[in-house]
Design a protein around this ligand. Structure first.
Ligand code: PMP
Length: 399
């Protein structure tokens, strides 16, 4: 008699991307496939000092069970961090600490989605969110995006037509799109939140990774200018892309009632985020090293992104089109099929692996109406020389 798993698992499947990752073990392969930051850039010294300070200054707090909402010194540091990014009206009680921002998304799914509820996401969007919301039975609606982020006119039509439980956006250097939602669209989204009384989830793990000018303020920060909008915004932040994903420290800012429900659900799930990781993150933020760490990751990723953009133009020419990302970790590109060259990204991925380079086809990132000619390339983990070499191999594979 086989095990009878819960019916909610019927809504999800192991991602096609995981299947592809199995091929990455091939020796000598250059990978643009991952969504990871570069381990070589972790501030190991700073984190060593922070973890030692956590054990020296507050061993009880760092090693004991803790409050589900989060470790208070970290909540205070995170509120200060959000203030430094333009969120004026925030105090430590206005956020909870989560086990990565992934858990914040899961808690939003758990607290908000009943089977059959509509949720609007961007097309394309973060794959794990698609899977997570589907696990709770969401009926996902896909809103089109361009280089300036989600198309707000279409979003309004979709909100009106589907009356979604919430809208999930990655406005700043989205995964996988790399797109940056412009200021005017951010303001209009706040107006829509108020007009349609619709929760907007702003997932923001990449906002600090900008290459030139800082991006516009987060939707959360801008909500202070739009009366009545703040209660309709839930904002998820993360230490993963700038400091360390292994710490599993994320957070969520939202109105008190939603935070209380999410906290209740978190209690049944992991009781609290690792107190040792939280105390370490708190000490790290307190140490004042974060600005230099951010400056360093911005500089390194900016150089890699510039290298990849130039190499793609040179090696693939009109076989591919893309917008140069202004931050984040990804290029989002479309195969044009020009001159009879490959147009299907799945086929291109297979040929690329044979040539010794990997990336992720774009289709799985769509909840609906996938575009099979799209692909995502990460420039985060390969150095400049590897990027040149890897894109050269892509040039061979595209022929
Ligand atoms: N949101 C987006 C858009 C992501 O790309 C990621 C990580 N790939 C996450 C959330 C989750 O990150 P974490 O749980 O490490 O904070």
């Amino acid at each position: 008699m086989p095990l009878q798993f819960a019916t909610r698992l019927d809504n999800v499947e192991t991602s096609a991307i995981r299947e592809l990752f199995k091929l990455l073990g091939k020796p000598g392969i250059i990978s643009f496939a991952g969504g990871f930051p570069d381990s070589a850039m972790f501030d190991v010294e700073g984190l060593r000092e922070a973890s030692q300070a956590a054990l020296r200054d507050e061993p009880g707090g760092a090693l004991q069970y803790g409050a589900t909402e989060g470790y208070d010194p970290l909540r205070a540091q995170l509120a200060g961090f959000m203030k430094s990014k333009g969120v004026r009206d925030i105090d430590p009680q206005g956020l909870i600490v989560t086990t990565g921002s992934q858990q914040a998304l899961d808690l939003l799914g758990k607290t908000m989605i009943s089977p059959g509820d509509k949720v609007i996401v961007e097309g394309p969007t973060f794959l794990a969110t698609i899977q997570c919301f589907r696990l709770y039975g969401a009926d996902l609606v896909s809103a089109p995006i361009d280089a300036d982020g989600v198309q707000v006119d279409r979003l309004e039509e979709l909100i009106r037509a589907h009356k979604p439980k919430f809208v999930y956006l990655i406005p700043t250097f989205g995964n996988p799109s790399g797109a940056l939602l412009n200021l005017e669209r951010r303001r209009r989204i706040l107006d829509l939140a108020v007009k349609y009384q619709t929760l907007i989830v702003e997932d923001d793990p990449y906002g600090d990774l900008y290459f030139g000018e800082a991006p516009p303020p987060s939707i959360l920060a801008l909500s202070a200018d739009v009366p009545g909008s703040r209660e309709w915004i839930a904002h998820c932040g993360s230490m993963s892309k700038v400091l360390s994903p292994g710490l599993r420290v994320g957070w969520m800012v939202a109105q008190p009632e939603l935070l209380a429900k999410a906290t209740m659900c978190k209690q049944f799930s992991d009781a609290h985020t690792s107190t040792f990781a939280q105390a370490t993150a708190a000490q790290y933020l307190k140490s004042g090293r974060m600005p230099a760490t951010l400056a360093n990751v911005r500089r390194v990723y900016a150089e890699r992104a510039a290298t990849m953009g130039r190499a793609l133009k040179r090696e693939l020419g009109d076989a591919i089109e893309f917008t140069q990302p202004q931050g984040g970790l990804f290029f989002w590109a479309r195969l044009t099929g020009a001159g009879g060259r490959v147009k299907d990204a799945g086929e291109f991925a297979k040929r690329a692996i044979e040539k010794g380079v990997a990336f992720v086809p774009g289709a799985p990132f769509y909840a609906k109406d996938a575009d099979p000619s799209t692909l995502r390339l990460s420039f985060a983990t390969a150095d400049v020389a590897k990027i040149e070499e890897g894109v050269g191999r892509l040039g061979e594979a595209v022929k």
